[in-house]
Design a protein around this ligand. Structure first.
Ligand code: AMP
Length: 171
């Protein structure tokens, strides 16, 4: 087993002073590290019926489609506004200043399908909570929310109600 934390680069004061940024590109470029990260997710969800893996733009896309392939599930992107060409459902959520918006194709998930949501980092949980509500809005059942790493001190879990969370690493 590799110590994945050793492969994650911490960049102080990015993108602004006071933020310690967890850079997963150094994990992605490491063949054994990438394999173990995907394998950890796959092992955790082994035996669960998962129809669709949803990835959150943009860093969720680094993991979600690979995991979907490994699990024999489909992949669905949640995107920033005005990127998806067909009819969309959207969610708006609060940022530190102002609001942000994410979209999903209305027909991307069928009512009752089991959905696993994947992102790289669980920080304040605002993004993940918005995506979970978006999936539920179009009838998906959120059976899991998986993250490579979680920043425990931000208590992002509290925003995700009782949806099952799995974070590979904790800081
Ligand atoms: P959140 O505060 O949980 O809504 O996080 C918003 C997004 O920003 C997540 O998708 C994370 O990928 C990313 N993010 C937040 N904080 C960090 C951090 N310290 N390092 C790297 N990515 C972060």
């Amino acid at each position: 087993m590799i110590n994945l934390k050793q492969l994650i680069r911490e960049v102080p004061d990015f993108p602004k002073p006071g933020i310690n940024f967890y850079d997963i590109t150094t994990l992605l470029k490491d063949p054994a590290g990438l394999k173990q990260t995907i394998d950890n997710f796959r092992a955790h969800y082994e035996g669960q019926k998962i129809d669709v893996v949803v990835g959150i733009e943009a860093r969720g896309y680094f993991f979600a489609p690979t995991l979907a392939y490994a699990m024999g599930a489909g992949f669905v992107p949640v995107r920033k506004p005005k990127k998806l060409p067909a009819a969309v459902e959207f969610v708006e959520y609060a940022l530190e200043y102002g609001t942000d918006r994410l979209e999903i194709h209305k027909d991307a998930i069928l009512p009752g399908q089991n959905v696993l949501i994947i992102d790289d980092v669980l920080a304040t949980g605002g993004t993940a909570a918005a995506v979970a509500s978006l999936v539920e809005k179009i009838g998906g059942k959120v059976v899991g929310m998986g993250f490579v790493l979680e920043l425990d001190f931000l208590n992002g879990k509290d925003k995700l109600s009782d949806r099952p969370i799995y974070s590979q690493l904790h800081y």
